[in-house]
Ligand binder design. Structure first.
Ligand code: HPA
Ligand SMILES: [Zn+2]
Length: 335
């Protein structure tokens, strides 16, 4: 069974494209762009990949973005992710990027968007992966900054399907971004937000009630609030859980102690995602495999998780039906 988890058709809904930048590609792009990195060798760079919390990861994640300069850099990074995602059975991917992080480095929005989009536009033909692009806003920046960047994205008619909220969570609650999400809703965009990763369950409630998000990224701390759990189950609100990320950022001590089994058993709509796979020890398929290693769930749980990922996506109903049929076929082959 474990071997075939890589072939289980799945959707990836929580993925930061900048978090797919592998150390080898970082060094290659640094050389291509004549950039001197603080950690100039593969070994020196790899030694930095020990994290104590979200912020310690974000520091390295933002620093490594320095190698992304040209449209081709963004396209190469995106194509490398799609190639790996295909090997993991990913058939639909909703990909976040951090426009503010690149604008702050003096990179034009068009360079970022056109580079990523050039890889996404050939993804179905090249990799069999349908895609959607989500602009994620940095919650440790001001709402005015986010609003200005959203207006710029709309002005250039950026091919985004939605907006999200990421970066340092604690102290930057959803209530800071009510106008941003209102503006995005008015523009017809889909709405997601990170909540309940390091922040409290009340941030999940506020993301739903104050921002009107359709999906929660992470959401693991929801389990601390029984009333919220009951609501998430009743309304089947999707939570895009990232097990290996939670272990590496010490949101949970070990995979064995991850709340995912409890969330599944409670009937919550959870999916499995890789978040920042180049930093957290594996892509979507590896997340599935390590869960199977630790929990020994068998095919039924894998089918539920993959089905949830497809149903919770923003893909067309036609595409969802196609992928759900493929998942069913994978299940029949396990019997
Ligand atoms: O896991 C994450 N959490 C918050 N912000 C992020 N930005 C990239 N990855 C993450
Ligand atoms: Zn994330």
């Amino acid at each position: 069974m474990k071997n075939s988890l890589m072939h289980l058709p799945k959707a990836e809904l929580h993925l930061h494209i900048e978090g797919t930048l592998e150390p080898e590609l970082i060094l290659e792009l640094a050389a291509r762009n004549g950039i001197t990195l603080p950690f100039p060798s593969l070994e020196a760079l790899r030694e930095q990949y020990e994290f104590s919390d979200l912020q310690s990861f974000l520091n390295l994640y933002y620093a490594n973005m320095a190698v992304l300069i040209t449209e081709a850099d963004f396209a190469d990074m995106t194509r490398a992710y799609l190639r790996r995602a295909k090997e993991c059975g990913v058939r639909h991917a909703e990909i976040m990027f951090d426009p503010q992080a690149h604008l702050a480095r003096g990179i034009a929005l068009e360079t970022v968007v056109d580079g990523i989009h050039s890889a996404l536009s050939s993804s179905e033909a090249e990799f069999g992966i349908s895609t959607g692009l989500i602009a994620a806003f940095l919650r440790d920046e001001t709402e005015d900054s986010a609003l200005a960047v959203l207006e710029e994205l709309l002005a250039i008619d950026a091919p985004i399907i939605g907006i999200g909220l990421d970066s340092a969570e604690v102290g930057n609650p959803p209530s800071k971004f009510i106008r941003l999400f209102q503006r995005a809703r008015d523009a017809g965009l889909r709405l997601v937000a990170h909540a309940g990763e390091e922040g409290p369950a009340s941030y999940v409630v506020d993301a739903l009630d104050l921002l009107g998000v359709e999906r929660i990224d992470h959401g693991i701390r929801s389990v601390e609030d029984p009333a919220l759990v009951a609501r998430l189950v009743a309304e089947q609100i999707p939570l895009t859980v990232c097990p290996l990320s939670n272990v590496r950022l010490r949101a949970v001590d070990t995979l064995a102690e991850h709340p995912l089994p409890h969330m599944l058993a409670a009937g919550m709509n959870v999916s499995v995602n890789s978040d920042d796979p180049a930093y957290f020890g594996g892509y979507a398929g590896t997340n599935f495999e390590q869960l199977e290693d630790v929990f020994g769930w068998g095919a039924a749980a894998a089918l539920t998780l993959a089905g949830n990922s497809v149903r919770s996506s923003f893909a067309s109903q036609e595409r969802k039906n196609e992928l759900l049929a493929d998942i069913e076929q994978w299940g029949a082959a396990q019997d």
